[in-house]
Every structure is written in structure tokens, then in C-alpha cells.
Design a binder for this molecule. Structure first.
Ligand SMILES: CC(=O)N[C@H]1[C@@H](OP(=O)(O)OP(=O)(O)OC[C@H]2O[C@@H](n3ccc(=O)[nH]c3=O)[C@H](O)[C@@H]2O)O[C@H](CO)[C@@H](O)[C@@H]1O
Ligand SMILES: C=C(OP(=O)(O)O)C(=O)O
Length: 435
């Protein structure tokens, strides 16, 4: 199992450029299946999840060119749908969460889709009911094969528009139903839609392919189906989770960092939540500069009660940064309640932080109270295993801060969402060895 060996205690300095967004890239790459024409996508991150999705598309017969390091051109004009029946397809798509978003485009264009239980982080129950209830509303039939653990969706006639009230504002569920409805007959209304920047970007891309969608950035999308879509050119936004991870890293290591071209207007409440933890962030053009801060003091609420950092569907705070907020809070002056509402198994990694000397009370699977030390004592180095992508980056941030040598195993979990993170951080002064 590959690992990172980290010599902690070194300050970082310099400029870092965030990669393209993992979660957006997964959506827009799946959307290339909606047309037989060429679709060019820029700023695609070179990370395990995305590379696996690109391999899947290639094996399905999509013609793929890679003219520049972060640019790909996709053309889905001659697909081999028999590949969907192979064990290779099922095994490969089970590696990543994003493969679930093949369903919407496939059912819309070819009337058939099959996927295994998708991969991604094991961070609690991640049900797919919203996805398939939506497909059924559009006229598809759905079967779950309990033996093969596959989800199969079929439609003999073209899909038809419907009013769909989502049970929950699922990110990938909204993307799937949106991609299915753009080629459905008539009008589809999706209410309680998720509207993360990933979905706003997908919507913009679909509109540039000829789709008719109203309600961009809201939870009410109204789609007027069209017979076919055409090619387009699209650029993936910077990864807001990476931006947040770098802010946390700078704060935790008391380093000055410039995070370049962050697309500040698409970060939502993320900068303000860091500010509530007492971290100074300066905006310069579209860059964020985090000055070196030896101490940061957590705000309380207006009535003096303890700060709560809690996730919620957009424009609420993304759950994918709570692990980072949690580790940053360990060094703050003050106390914070971290409340991870969406997932029930994302906070267990705090055991390791407690071993390292952090003061954390895990109240239950969803809530942890962090008692900030105001850097009065150093965290101790340790050996740990990354359970999921965001716990992994949080562990890496902690190891950069801790005195001595730490080792993190299972770093594939980090690599699936952070591009060459060891090289990029070493360029800032970190001491990370990949083994
Ligand atoms: C590939 C991808 O894009 N993955 C992201 C996507 O996953 P994904 O699309 O799988 O996550 P969902 O939005 O479907 O759901 C996340 C979890 O929250 C629960 N839930 C969801 C909506 C809601 O209003 N209430 C609620 O409780 C769901 O039951 C589930 O347990 O969105 C998640 C939530 O932002 C992120 O953590 C993932 O990084
Ligand atoms: C949970 C995440 O990813 P995925 O949905 O791909 O597992 C994440 O990016 O934090």
C-alpha cells in the first residue's frame, strides 16, 4: 500500500494553483455522451477518479483526444453499448462515485443504462433512490439486481417530461435527472434540485449544447426537452474543495500562501466560515492570500454561544470541507462544534488526531467538539491510514503541522481527488516522500 512520509513542522510559502474541480469534471465528462458531436473540455484535473472515468468512456467507444495537458476532446458518435454488459465495465465503474452519472445520458440517448453500486468514499449510507425515482418519473423502468448488485434502467420509448420533486437535493442525482431530461419530450420541472457550482457549470454546458434550461443556480430547474444536442467547448472551474484545503493548510502551518485564480464568486460561504474560525483571508483579483498567522481566534455567535460549523446543500457549506475545518480548529484559540449532518461515518478519523494530542470530543458519529489549543503545545507525529479522501487531506494537513515524521497509508484515497499533491506541496517547502 503506497504511503506518504511527512516531516512536519516546516512552514510553506509561495503560490499554488488549484486544479479543476473533481466533482464538476465527473458531471461534464458524463454529459459528453449526450451528443454525437465533438465536445472540448478544458481544465480537467489529472486525478485517479477522472482518469478512471475517461478510461471507461474510451472503452465504451468514445473517441478521445488529449491535445493539451488539461484539455480533452470527446466524441460519442459510435458507442459500443455491449461493453456495458461486461464484467470489466462493472468492475471499473464500481471504483468511482461519478460513474453513476453515466445513467442519465445513456438512458436519454440510447434508452438503456446499467451501473453497479458506485464507488467513492465509504462515509456512510449513500443511497441512490433520488436518482432512480427521477428516471422512473421520466418514463424509464428500473430494476435492481440483488445478486449482481446492478441498477438497470430501460426505456422503450423516448422519455417524457414530468414534474419531479426530489426527495433530497442530491448532487449527482440532480445531475443525472437533468441530463436525462434535456432529451426527454416536453417539459420537465425539477424541484428541490441541488445547485452546487458543479451543477451550475453542468447546466451552462448543457445550454451551450442547445438544451433549454431555466433556473440556473436555483433549486427549481425547468427543462424544455430537445431532440438532439450539439458539441461545445467548456472550462471546468477551480476545485473549491482544493481551495478550502489549501486555506486550511496555510492556517494550520502558520504559513503565507497565495492561492491563485480561485473563482472567488463560486466559493459561496467557504471563505466566511474560515473567517469565523479567525483566519485572515485577503482577496486580490481572483487570488486568495492567507497571511502567516501564529494565532487565530474563533468567533462566537452574536449571543456568545459556541460556533457551529455545519454542512448543508448549496448555498450552505459543503460537507466535503468539514474534515479540514475540524483540523484547523484544533490549533485555534477557542472552541467549535463540527456538525456533519449529511454523512455518518466521516468523523471517525478524529481518533488519530486525538492520538496526536488534539483536544476533540466525538459526541456521536455526526458531531465533534474541538477545543482549540491556540498552539500552546505541538501535535505529535504518528502513523495513520486515510479512510476517505477528505479525512486523508485533513490527516496530511495535520502531519504537516505535527513535529516529527508521520506516515499516511492508503494515499490512493487522497490521489483520487488531489493532483500530484506531494509534488505541489513540496514545491512550497513541505517535506513529503511518496513510497
Ligand atoms: C461525485 C460527487 O459529486 N460527489 C459529491 C456528491 O455526492 P452525492 O451526489 O453522492 O451526494 P448526495 O448529494 O446524493 O448526498 C449526500 C448525502 O447527504 C444526504 N443528503 C443529501 C441531500 C439532502 O438534502 N439531505 C441529505 O441528507 C444523502 O442522503 C447522502 O447521504 O455530493 C456530496 C454532497 O455535497 C459530496 O459530499 C460529494 O463529494
Ligand atoms: C465524497 C467525496 O467524493 P465522492 O463522492 O467521489 O466519494 C468528496 O469529494 O469529498
Amino acid at each position: 500500500m503506497s504511503s506518504f512520509i511527512i516531516e512536519g513542522g516546516h512552514k510553506l510559502a509561495g503560490t499554488i494553483v488549484p486544479q479543476g474541480s473533481k466533482n464538476e469534471a465527473l458531471q461534464v465528462i458524463c454529459a459528453t455522451l449526450l451528443t454525437s458531436e465533438r465536445v472540448t473540455i478544458h481544465n480537467i484535473p489529472d486525478i485517479i477518479d477522472i482518469n478512471n472515468l475517461i478510461i471507461l468512456l474510451r472503452k465504451m467507444g468514445v473517441k478521445i483526444e488529449h491535445p493539451l495537458s488539461k484539455t480533452y476532446i470527446f466524441q460519442a458518435n459510435d458507442l459500443n453499448l455491449d461493453y456495458l454488459q461486461t464484467n470489466d465495465f462493472l468492475a471499473k465503474s464500481a471504483f468511482l462515485r461519478g460513474s453513476i452519472m453515466l445513467v442519465g445520458p445513456l438512458i436519454a440517448r440510447f434508452g438503456y443504462a446499467i451501473v453497479p453500486k458506485p464507488g467513492g468514499d465509504k462515509i456512510g449510507r449513500r443511497r441512490l433512490d433520488t436518482h432512480f425515482a427521477g428516471m422512473q418519473k421520466l418514463g424509464a423502468t428500473f430494476t435492481y439486481d440483488t445478486k449482481r448488485c446492478t441498477y438497470e434502467v430501460k426505456s422503450n420509448d423516448s422519455l417524457h417530461g414530468e414534474y419531479i420533486l426530489l426527495e433530497e437535493a442530491s448532487v449527482t442525482g440532480t445531475a443525472n435527472i437533468l441530463m436525462a431530461s434535456v432529451l426527454a419530450e416536453g417539459k420537465t420541472t425539477i424541484y428541490n434540485a441541488a445547485c452546487e457550482p458543479y451543477l451550475q457549470q453542468l447546466t451552462k454546458m448543457l445550454i451551450s449544447m442547445g438544451a433549454q434550461i431555466n433556473g440556473l443556480a436555483s433549486n427549481l430547474l425547468v427543462i424544455e426537452g430537445t431532440r438532439s444536442l450539439h458539441g461545445c467547448e467548456h472550462t471546468v472551474l477551480p476545485d473549491m474543495i482544493e481551495v478550502g484545503s489549501f486555506i486550511g493548510m496555510a492556517a494550520m502551518t502558520a504559513s503565507e500562501l497565495r492561492i491563485k485564480n480561485v473563482s472567488y464568486n463560486n466559493l459561496g460561504v467557504i471563505p466566511d466560515v474560515f473567517r469565523k474560525l479567525g483566519i485572515i483571508l485577503n482577496k486580490e483579483d481572483d487570488d486568495i492570500i492567507v497571511p502567516a498567522q501564529e494565532s487565530y481566534t474563533v468567533n462566537t455567535f452574536i449571543d456568545g454561544s459556541i460556533l457551529i460549523v455545519v454542512d448543508a446543500p448549496w448555498p450552505g457549506l459543503t460537507p466535503d470541507l468539514l474534515s479540514v475545518f475540524l483540523v484547523v480548529a484544533t490549533q485555534a484559540n477557542g472552541n467549535v462544534l463540527i456538525h456533519q449532518k449529511m454523512f455518518e461515518s466521516r468523523l471517525f478519523f478524529v481518533d488519530k488526531l486525538i492520538d496526536m494530542g488534539a483536544q476533540i470530543i466525538l459526541c456521536d458519529p455526526h458531531r465533534a467538539i474541538v477545543i482549540g489549543s491556540d498552539r500552546k503545545y505541538n501535535l505529535r507525529s504518528t502513523t495513520m491510514t486515510s479512510p476517505d479522501i477528505r479525512a486523508g487531506i485533513a490527516m496530511l494537513i495535520t502531519a504537516l503541522n505535527a513535529q516529527g515524521i508521520s506516515q499516511i497509508y492508503n494515499i490512493d484515497q487522497i490521489d483520487r481527488g488531489y493532483e500530484a499533491i506531494d509534488k505541489r506541496l513540496n514545491a512550497l517547502g513541505a517535506k513529503i516522500i511518496r513510497t
